[in-house]
Design a protein around this ligand. Structure first.
Ligand code: SGN
Ligand code: CA
Length: 541
């Protein structure tokens, strides 16, 4: 078996040049002298529970799983702030939200903050981005980009392009993002340079509109319910009970469950939000007549069945129906993501790029698939705090390895920079994952991570909170209009149903975790005063 030795040359003219030398029983021969390509794949709201490499009860994702089978699966990867645009800003800047300024989905990204692709581009990488960014402005540091405006559309989406303005393209977004990625690889890629590609899916974000080829299969499936589907939030503070993420109470009947507005009227079902019916009607308008006909051919009969069944359903059955309907569309969206990841991986194979390409698959955060009765994210509780992370780099990462160290999206920038042999900025706050990727766990000594969520009041009404998470415990402080603490014993209570903050048995843990939290707030330069209002004023927004 070959052993690889990594050597970085540092003379000025060679800064960043990455050299991979293969050593075989005393005979050292130079094998590659090129820097790796990097493919950063990220989906939007892709729960790890919906990747079969993590959990195979909901869906098979053979293509995404391939990355872990041929590389590393992180079972304890998490975000610092579980919401889309802030998570992306953390990933691109390598700084926590309170320092990069993108604390919520509403403020635009501060483009004076340097992102790691800018550094890669400066170091000679060819850079391209396709898909959903969600910064509220265009990315810097890209030779080419085609991005969805805002949240983007599933059908016939508009794209903001670097060279051709805003264009509308007919088709299904997940397929189109891959088409433009492959087209760029084929026609614009400069083989004399390493490349960085940001391949960013909109799917499986709300409102979960699948591709036509997946309608039929998924609408007839049924899925196992999570054990906490009927959580009543007893014993926890007000945040969980007051969040507006409940499948039955807060999910749109038309926009999300795809019940036709006229059937809602016939059954006397009120809108759950003011955009409930219009969400579906706007989606209808977006489709071509053929797309709409294909949709109605499958969703029409589902509506008829629902119309017949609804009058006899009790509350429990309604919740169960909502869960199945949600999973059918959410998972069908993932089926298209998985197929398209397969297309891109095959392209790398067929073009001799697999060997020298670092491939990362992740999501901007996790997502609730009915756990605690919820959809959406935002909370520090595991399903939205943890995020999928699968990484492949032949020759560096061994095949089929699992890593359970506590890593964060905060680490991604420094990881990719180190892989490329480019210096990180001093203000970046993560740690490169290279030691873990190389199997050198002894060089990794993080025992706790820090989390801070801000977007409240706002969509889904999840209260502001910050906290510290270790392998054993999770300590959380909900603040702003409340002052509530929660402690979870992650080993004994993995479903996080029992707040033990006031349990005398845990007094020692509370003390220890509180001082860890204070320490991390100093380390990451956060403080109790740095709340939403302060940051907005501080940033002059
Ligand atoms: C929209 C969705 C929310 C979702 C946010 C943020 N509502 O507002 O359910 O939490 O986006 O998502 S919808 O009615 O417009 O679908 S994020 O991924 O961008 O953070
Ligand atoms: Ca998201």
């Amino acid at each position: 078996m070959k052993k690889y030795l990594l050597v970085t040359f540092n003379p000025v003219f060679l800064i960043g040049l990455f050299c991979l030398v293969s050593c075989t029983s005393g005979n050292v021969e130079e094998e590659k002298s090129i820097r790796p390509n990097i493919v950063f794949m990220m989906s939007d709201d892709h729960a790890y529970q919906a990747i079969s490499a993590y959990y195979d009860h909901l869906i098979e994702t053979p293509n995404i799983d391939r990355i872990a089978n041929e590389g590393m699966l992180f079972s304890n990867a998490c975000v610092t702030n579980s919401i889309c645009a802030p998570s992306r800003a953390v990933i691109f800047t390598g700084m926590h939200s309170h320092l990069n300024g993108k604390i919520d989905n509403r403020v635009p990204f501060d483009t004076s903050k340097v992102t790691f692709p800018q550094l890669l581009q400066d170091a000679g990488y060819q850079t391209a981005m396709f898909g959903k960014l969600h910064f509220g402005n265009n990315p810097k540091g890209f030779d080419q980009f085609k991005i969805l405006p805002g949240q983007g559309q599933y059908y016939n989406p508009d794209f903001i392009t670097k060279y051709d303005g805003r264009v509308r393209i007919e088709g299904y977004t997940t397929d189109l993002i891959t088409d433009m990625t492959l087209e760029w690889m084929e026609e614009e890629r400069d083989p004399s340079k390493p490349f960085f590609l940001a391949y960013l899916h909109k799917a499986p974000h709300r409102a979960w509109q699948p591709a036509e080829r997946h309608f039929k299969e998924y609408i007839n499936k049924s899925f196992p319910e999570p054990p906490t589907l009927f959580d009543d939030y007893e014993g926890r503070g007000s945040a969980a009970a007051e969040a507006e993420m409940n499948l039955l109470k807060h999910m749109n009947w038309a926009g999300d469950s795809k019940i036709y507005p006229e059937i809602m009227d016939e059954l006397g079902i009120p809108e759950t939000s003011k955009g409930d019916k219009s969400a579906l009607l706007n989606f209808d308008k977006r489709m071509t007549p053929d797309q709409k006909a294909a949709w109605d051919a499958v969703y029409g009969p589902m509506n008829e069945e629902f119309k017949a069944a609804f009058p006899n359903m009790n509350e429990k059955e309604k919740m169960q129906w909502r869960f199945q309907r949600y999973m059918q569309d959410y998972l069908a969206c993932i089926a298209a993501v998985d197929e398209n990841v397969g297309r891109l991986l095959n392209y790398l194979d067929e073009n001799g790029l697999t060997e020298n390409t670092l491939v990362i698959y992740t999501s901007d955060q996790g997502f609730y698939l009915g756990e605690h009765g919820w959809f959406d994210k935002r909370f520090i509780y595991d399903e939205s705090f943890l995020t999928p992370l699968l990484v492949r780099w032949p020759g560096i990462i061994e095949e089929g390895v699992k890593c359970d160290q506590m890593v964060q999206n905060l680490d991604f920038a420094q990881t990719m920079l180190e892989a490329a042999g480019v210096d990180a900025l001093p203000e970046m706050q993560g740690e490169s994952l290279l030691p873990l990727l190389k199997g050198e766990e002894e060089d990794w000594n993080r025992d706790a991570v820090y989390y801070h969520y801000y977007e409240y009041p706002g969509a889904h009404m999840v209260k502001r909170h910050y906290g510290v998470v270790t392998r054993e415990y999770k300590l959380v402080h909900f603040y702003h209009d409340v002052d509530e603490w929660e402690l979870y014993d992650r080993k004994k209570d993995p479903l996080e149903m029992k707040n033990v903050y006031n349990d005398p048995e845990y007094a020692g843990a509370v003390e220890e975790l509180s001082s860890k939290l204070a320490e991390l707030r100093v380390k990451y330069k956060d403080s109790p005063e740095l709340d939403h209002k302060y940051i907005m004023e501080h940033l002059n927004r």
